[in-house]
Ligand binder design. Structure first.
Ligand code: ZN
Length: 120
């Protein structure tokens, strides 16, 4: 791995994470809008199917349920990002991208301590 290769991978990785953050924020905003639009029909459906106290509890819980799913796409994107932007240490093979500043300063792998930048 060269110094320039690591810098380029770090910049590409940062741009990718920014795009993911923007798309993720738009996704959450979309969820919120859909949720607000469906609150009244949801409450009516719950009251029609459950007793009033149960419907009240479910109505309190329901709006948070879509947000419980958010970690799943985030995990998937993180794994995809790790596969796409790899900067492996030549000795131990672990990606040093997360600690790229340290690697550029010291030329050392943060995991095994051997030289991570092999050529200039
Ligand atoms: Zn290493």
């Amino acid at each position: 791995m060269t110094r320039d290769g690591l810098s380029a991978a770090a910049i590409a990785h940062r741009a990718y994470r920014l795009r993911v953050a923007v798309v993720g924020s738009l996704f959450i905003l979309g969820l919120l809008v859909m949720l607000l639009a469906s609150l009244r029909p949801l409450r009516d459906a719950l009251i029609a199917h459950f007793s009033r106290p149960v419907a009240a509890v479910l109505f309190q819980l329901a709006p948070s349920s879509p947000f419980l799913l958010i970690p799943l796409p985030m995990l998937w994107l993180e794994r995809r990002s790790a596969r796409r932007f790899r900067a492996p240490c030549p000795n131990c093979g672990r990606s040093v991208l997360a600690k790229w500043r340290y690697v550029l300063e010291t030329n050392l792998c943060p995991f095994c301590g051997s030289a991570a930048i092999t050529e200039e």
